[in-house]
Design a binder for this molecule. Structure first.
Ligand code: AMP
Length: 419
């Protein structure tokens, strides 16, 4: 029988690289935890309709990329392709918007699923950390989220990323623009797919990466010229607040993003070392989404940053995160010393010192190899003679220096040396 492989478009996170993923999740969430965002966790699947209504029937995500299933009970479910619709659904269901002041600020971290054409940086199972600020229309909130994402990337040491910013207008001005754009696109020579897209979601055509399409788009009406006064003023304030925080961005009037629910502010973080899958994160304002999924009017803004691509970005910039060794002390027992050393390792662990011990009845050589491999700062070596004298040998793995330590003093001594 052949061994099983992970499904196409997925990969396993294995040590030691998996430690980088954990550190990235931690780095992205730290600024959020520090800014009033509470943790939320929702199921990995939802009713299909939440996404078809929320994300939009015409989007690639819903029309092509969703993993859907019918349960034995007849429910139509989908593995979540993104986080915003679920988080808003949960906030509404939990009445978070009625409990206290608005906005409700939430952050999350989890797995997302899209049936995509798999390639480097584009997977069928991927991981995001996201944030949503629900129920307030305030440019400072849009600015806050952009600034916090910038802070997260910078805390990881990333530098070669850019922030693209745009406004998509609102329900007053966007329909007018949409019509103007559609009229323009009608005169272009487009393939069948793009013609259909121009009918359903013309703004997405602006996003088309193909040169021949971009060439024809020269002279197309631009949303910037159609924004109503309220949207214009809102956008200017977001820009001013982000600028005042010292965060540099680029105005990108063609930035549309692949989800239908966005209004006004939209932004994307792109990394220049990642080739075609350059978007490491993105987000924007979604003032109409709550009503689209049956809730009250709750203007909101949020983002999701991709953990997989952030790790790729770190690799592209040659950044190695300073991840402390998982084990501080590694015990090597000789002769009949194993039970005592096992007891000491337990004691160290209870005292908060990361400790491990060689298993499987290895000899000195094999056990010392385990100690080396563990990356531990100290090896704890003892045989019967040491124990008779009431000591263990504490070997500094960096200097090679070895000192006997009384059994009763071990925990304190180790802690002092590690401090
Ligand atoms: P989106 O919801 O499409 O704006 O995605 C937000 C972020 O999630 C992107 O910028 C990527 O970093 C990440 N992401 C989205 N789709 C994938 C995927 N198929 N594979 C890996 N990362 C993804």
């Amino acid at each position: 029988m052949s061994t099983f492989q992970a499904p196409k478009g997925t990969y396993d996170l294995l040590p030691p690289r998996s430690a980088t993923f954990l550190a990235v999740r931690e780095a992205i969430s730290a600024p959020l935890k520090n800014s009033g965002y509470g943790y939320i966790e929702t199921p990995g699947f939802e009713n299909v309709e939440l996404f078809s209504r929320g994300v939009g029937e015409s989007t690639d995500i819903v029309s092509k990329e969703m993993y859907t299933l019918t349960t034995k009970g007849g429910d139509e479910l989908a593995l979540r392709p993104e986080g915003t619709a679920s988080v808003l659904r949960a906030a509404l269901q939990g009445n978070l918007h009625k409990l206290g002041g608005l906005p409700v600020k939430l952050w999350y971290s989890g797995s997302y699923y899209r049936y995509e054409r798999a390639q480097k940086g584009r997977y069928r199972h991927f991981s995001q950390v996201g944030a949503e600020a629900i129920g307030a229309e305030d440019p400072a909130l849009d600015a806050e989220l952009i600034i916090l994402a910038d802070q997260a990337y910078r805390s990881l040491g990333l530098r070669n990323f850019r922030i693209l910013l745009n406004s998509l207008g609102d329900k007053e001005c966007r329909p007018v623009y949409r019509e103007a754009l559609q009229a323009f696109l009608g005169g272009m020579d487009l393939d069948e797919d793009t013609v259909r897209r121009a009918e359903i979601n013309p703004l997405r055509v602006l996003d088309d990466k193909r040169d021949e399409v971009q060439k024809q788009l020269v002279g197309a009406p631009m949303l910037r010229d159609y924004l109503c006064d309220a949207c214009k003023a809102y956008h200017e304030e977001v820009r001013a607040l982000v600028t005042a925080a010292g965060v540099v961005f680029e105005d990108d009037e063609k930035l549309v993003r692949g989800l239908d629910y966005y209004t006004r502010t939209t932004f994307e973080f792109v990394h220049d070392g990642l080739g075609s899958q350059s978007a490491v994160g993105g987000g924007g304002r979604y003032d109409g989404l709550s009503e689209m999924i049956g809730g009250p009017a709750l203007p909101s803004v949020g983002w999701a940053l991709g953990v997989d691509r952030t790790v790729l970005a770190l690799e592209a910039e040659g950044i190695e995160l300073d991840i402390p060794s998982a084990t501080s002390v590694f015990a090597v027992a000789l002769g009949g010393a194993k039970p005592v050393l096992f007891g000491l390792v337990t004691e160290l662990r209870r005292a908060g010192v990361a400790a491990d011990i060689s298993y499987g009845g290895k000899g000195l050589k094999g056990a010392m190899k385990d100690a080396n491999r563990s990356g531990a700062r100290f090896a704890l070596v003892a045989g019967d003679r040491d124990l008779e004298e009431g000591v263990v040998q504490l070997k500094d793995m960096e200097s090679g220096e070895q000192t006997p330590v009384a059994l009763a003093d071990l925990v304190d001594t180790v802690r002092a040396k590690l401090a």
